[in-house]
Each structure stands twice: as C-alpha cells, then as structure tokens.
Design a protein. Structure first.
Length: 487
C-alpha cells in the first residue's frame, strides 16, 4: 500500500467514525452541523480543492465539480448526513480503485527488474571474448539456457550464468530489446476498461447538462410563475443532489477491483482492467509457454542406459556434474537424490560448449552433448527425445543418455479443457523455445496451434496476425497480458 493510499484510508476511517457518531448521538442544531462539517472537511477537502483548481485551469465540468456541488448542495439543504455520506462512499470507491491499480502494477515488477541499474564500461579495447550460458527466459520465454561464445549476438536482459563474457554493445538503451518490452508492458498496464473510460466521457457531458438544467430550474419557473426564487433554488439544489451518479462512479471501480482481487487469490494477475473486461468476449486465447503452461524449471524426464542400469547411469552423470551450477547439472543431481562423495571425484575439467570430463573411481567419465561424443570419437546412439540430451560415456565406452526438459504444470491440461468447455474456440501458444520442444508441449496439452523460436517482438507480430485473420473475434494473450502463476 502506498503512502497516499494509507493517508486516504486513515481519512476514511476518521470520517466514518465521525459520521457514525453524528448519527448515533442524535445531535441537533449547531452541534449536528459542526460534527458533519468536520467530517466533510476530513473526507472531502481534496475533492473540493481539485474542483476549484480545475475550474481555475479552465476544466469546469468533471466528476470533482459534480461531487462538490452535489454534496455542498445537500449541506445547504440541511441534509447534512446525505452530503457527507455521498462524499464518504465516493472516497471509498476511489481508494479501492487506487489499490486495485497498484496491485495490477505490481504484477509486472519482476519484468521491470530485468533492467540493470548500472553497467561497467571497459575502455581502450573492443575485444569480444569468453563463453558462457545465458538465461533468456525473461526475454524469449525459452526455458533452456543458451550457450554462447565469441562472435555470437546476445540480446539485452539476459542473465549470465556460468562463464565470464566481454560484450560489445551495438544499440543504445532506448533501442534495446529490454527497453522495447518495458515500454510495451507499461503501455498495456495503463489501459483502462471500456466502462472506466465511459465514466470520464459520461461526466464530461453529463455534468454540464445537469448543472445548466439545475440553473434553469432555479431561474425560469420563478420568472414564469412569479413564485419565490428561494423555493426553486431549493428544488434546483435537490435536483443536483439526486442527479449525482454516485452509484455509477462507485460501482464500476469496485467491480474491477473485485475481479482483479478475486483473480489474484487463485494465482492470476491481470495487468489491466480492460483485459479483465475483454474476458467476457474472448474466443481465442494465446498463451506464453515458460512459467505459464510449464513450470519454467528442468527435470530429468527420461533415462536411456546402454549396458548399465538406469541408476548407475544417473550416478555417473551426477558425479561428473557435481561441480557445476548449470541448471541442467542441478536437475541431474536432484534426480540422483543422494549425497555426493567428493573423495571419489578427481581431475574435473569443463569443456566449453561440450560438457564436462571427470575421473570417478579411476574411470574417465564424460557427460555432455553430442559434440562431446564426436570430439572424443565415441560411437553413440543419437536420441530423438524432446528436450536437452546429456550423453554419458566412461573409459571411451558409450553408457547412455539422460533427457532433461521443462515440466508441464500439473493443472495446465485441465485449464485448457476448461477454457474450451467455456466456449474458447482456439488455443494458441507462443514460445521462444525450439520447435521440437514447443510442438511437443502443444501436442500434450491439446493446443490448436503453436508458434516457436520467437523473440518478444515476434510474439507481438503473431498476435497481430491472429487478429487480422479473424478481426471480429476478440483475442486475449495469457502470459504477457495476464501473468499466471502458482502460489
């Protein structure tokens, strides 16, 4: 909760206590007026001040002006409790709306964190060197770390995981991938729902109509009928009070807050009320993959041993990978699940871009990709499994392979089925992962279409293509517009 929200909440509580006291104590005359005036000053001073400030700047007819003139009119008519109540409930609605917006903005905090606070610049040299693995999931959605070496191009916002890299920048920050994504997200989160925008447009026309109608009611009847002006001024003020659209002004923000708040409780963060509103008309749903349909973490999904048991193969790989913090290595160690006896391991050597070599119990063990097997001239059986394949050999003999892949969330298949049962006609997945990985996930989940190997800008292009193909069907992206997570 922001400082401004806390301040408004404190005013609401104080005003509510004073309002309740004014009603329960059954005060009369000046005592009653004094209590309600203090209550009105506490809860409504900022609205009145905004109305005055806007008038001085030429913006007369807005919701602040209408709320001010309606509530002040109620006080003049002697309806003290009514005037205070209208302002109090209006401010309650404003607080809920502000809180909902803040909660929505916090949903993109993790994405904003991919922008570095500073960077060290190396002068007097343009040498590009080093090799490492990069986590590109925040930018591309690709779950598997990307191996890079000198001469390869990298995109901003990646996380360096293993080695040391010297990188030459080729674009200014404003033209970088991360800057473009941040701009897209910020613009998306600022968009209001159609009904919220309607309130602003409504007040723009409704307020002057009501004010001029009240003015006509106060002036014309006395001139035509000869009755006293005081009677019709009273009626004009009454007309202003009953014309205040407090129900509309309060109900719309509260409705969106209820929807956003209810969604967040089950793990869905909506980045804009306009997207929440669009759900009612959605027929095509577009998903991101990593972290939305899949867990975004790696696990051993398959073991293919050759001449030894699966347990022995997993043990060899776990011991060989013990000194590495690579996500693939960690997933193998987790699958092994036993304590590593470091005394069994000697002469560990990391082979950049290929894998690792270690001596375990006197045997030379190799664990890495297919290039490592070819480099060491070890005959092996290539695996067609979906995911990252780690080939293992000992003393020049092929021992088998271990397949590692991002896991599908347990509730993802049921979610797809529920969406289709609710009337969603087409489910589409966009991912930065390799085509084989993406198509496999789409097949297992029963998705209608899948686009793979996409950069963030490519994902935007694909969504625009879908909209162009069937313009009359409302579409919604899940994962970029709505972040789904499991708490």
């Amino acid at each position: 909760m922001t400082k401004k929200q806390k301040h408004l909440l404190a005013r609401i509580i104080v005003a509510a206590v004073l309002f309740a006291a004014g009603g329960l104590l059954h005060l009369e005359g000046w005592a009653e007026l004094g209590v309600y005036l203090i209550c009105y000053a506490v809860i409504g001073w900022d609205i009145v001040w905004k109305a005055i400030t806007n008038i001085l700047h030429g913006q007369v007819f807005d919701e602040n002006f209408l709320m001010t003139i309606a509530t002040v009119g109620a006080l003049i008519l002697g309806e003290h409790s009514e005037g205070v109540a209208v302002m109090l409930f209006y401010q309650v609605g404003e607080w809920f709306q502000s809180y909902a917006v803040s909660k929505s903005r916090r949903s993109i905090t993790s994405l904003m964190d991919i922008r570095p606070d500073y960077a060290n610049i190396e002068k007097d040299g343009k040498i590009i060197k080093g090799s490492s693995t990069l986590d590109t999931s925040a930018l591309t959605g690709e779950s598997m770390p990307r191996e890079v070496e000198a001469g390869m191009e990298v995109i901003s916002g990646c996380i360096n995981q293993t080695g040391i890299l010297t990188i030459q920048t080729t674009k200014e920050f404003g033209e970088s991938t991360v800057a473009k994504i941040l701009d897209l997200v910020e613009n998306a989160s600022d968009k209001k729902g159609r009904m919220e925008n309607f309130i602003t447009r409504f007040a723009r026309y409704y307020t002057p109509v009501v004010v001029f109608a009240a003015l006509a009611l106060a002036v014309l009847p006395p001139l035509v009928t000869g009755q006293a002006f005081s009677i019709w001024i009273y009626r004009a003020l009454t007309f202003l009070v009953i014309s205040c659209p407090c129900v509309l002004v309060i109900s719309i923000p509260l409705s969106f807050f209820g929807g956003i708040g209810g969604a967040s409780k089950i793990g869905v963060l909506v980045k804009g009320s306009n997207y929440l509103e669009a759900l009612a008309y959605t027929e095509t749903v577009v998903f991101d993959k990593t972290g939305t349909l899949t867990k975004g973490s790696f696990a051993v999904t398959e073991i293919q041993a050759n001449g030894i048991t699966d347990e022995e193969l997993l043990e060899l790989a776990a011991y060989a990978e013990d000194y590495s913090n690579h996500p693939i290595s960690l997933s193998i160690q987790k699958a092994y699940g036993k304590k590593i006896d470091n005394s069994r391991i000697t002469d560990v050597q990391e082979i950049a871009g290929h894998g690792v070599q270690a001596v375990i119990d006197g045997m030379t063990v190799l664990a890495g990709n297919a290039k490592l097997m070819e480099r060491e001239h070890i005959p092996y059986t290539a695996s067609n499994a979906i995911g990252t394949v780690v080939y293992v050999a000992f003393d020049g003999r092929y021992a088998g392979c271990i397949v590692i892949a991002d896991e599908i969330k347990a509730d993802a298949p049921a979610a797809i089925m529920t969406l289709k049962a609710a009337g969603i006609r087409q489910t589409v997945m966009l991912t930065g992962d390799a085509d084989a990985v993406g198509q496999d996930v789409a097949r297992r989940l029963g998705l209608d279409r899948a686009y793979t190997e996409l950069l963030p800008a490519d994902k935007v292009d694909r969504v625009e293509e879908l909209l162009a193909q069937k313009n009359e069907v409302k579409s919604l992206t899940i994962g970029n517009i709505i972040s789904c997570h499991k708490r």
